[in-house]
Design a protein around this ligand. Structure first.
Ligand SMILES: Nc1ncnc2c1ncn2[C@@H]1O[C@H](COP(=O)(O)OP(=O)(O)OP(=O)(O)O)[C@@H](O)[C@H]1O
Ligand SMILES: NC(=O)c1ccc[n+]([C@@H]2O[C@H](COP(=O)(O)O)[C@@H](O)[C@H]2O)c1
Length: 171
């Protein structure tokens, strides 16, 4: 048993992310969840702040009685070869990396990490891009995120934020 690392933007944290984390915890004693692009918020691709995403993940996992996780916000850096060292400087030690992102895979592979891909689950529905689109169009998005996440999005008026952003010319 060991510690695993998963990174994503989690804009928002959805049921696919939750399933993947539950799967990872079958093989590892704990999981480090990196909130990528932590400095971004209030854009169409990254509407939620790192703090809001942190709350979505921690409330959801705790509501499912999962406590063996660490959440670390990770800002982007302007040099890809330096990014893995940047991640390492912020996180506890880990041995396996779970990602489907080709750049993330390559950067960790070159640093000799054990890199694993995740099977995409119900991807037609469980995709951040599609969920954000459905929010903007006024379609049903709540069924694709945990209840704890829809509560937070309602509390922060997240759908209204996205719609307002989608009306701006300069994003
Ligand atoms: N439905 C899913 N099943 C399994 N893994 C998923 C699923 N959705 C996302 N992932 C994986 O979780 C990690 C973090 O994903 P990310 O935060 O980019 O979510 P996303 O749904 O792909 O969002 P976006 O559409 O905004 O890029 C990535 O490696 C991604 O491939
Ligand atoms: N140079 C960098 O800062 C760098 C390199 C690779 C990945 N990342 C980040 O890792 C995250 C990967 O998450 P996704 O799989 O959700 O795209 C993103 O936030 C991305 O910006 C950053």
């Amino acid at each position: 048993m060991s510690r695993a690392f998963i990174v994503g933007r989690f804009q928002p944290f959805h049921l696919g992310h939750l399933e993947v984390i539950q799967e990872i915890l079958k093989d590892h004693e704990s999981v480090i969840i990196g909130i990528g692009s932590a400095q971004y918020s209030h854009t169409l691709q990254n509407p939620f702040t790192a703090g809001e995403r942190h709350l979505m993940i921690s409330n959801t996992l705790e509501s499912r009685k999962i406590f063996n996780f660490y959440i670390i916000p990770i800002e982007d850096v302007n040099s890809n070869p330096l990014w893995v060292a940047h991640v390492e400087s912020l996180t506890p030690h880990f041995s396996s990396v779970y990602t489907n992102n080709p750049l993330v895979k390559r950067l960790f592979y070159e640093k000799k990490y054990n890199v694993k891909s995740m099977e995409l689950i119900n991807r037609v529905e469980w995709s951040g891009t599609r969920i954000r689109d459905r929010m903007i169009r006024g379609e049903n998005w709540e069924r694709d995120v945990p209840e704890t996440v829809s509560e937070i999005i309602r509390e922060i008026d997240g759908v209204e934020r996205l719609r307002a952003l989608s009306e701006s010319d300069d994003l």
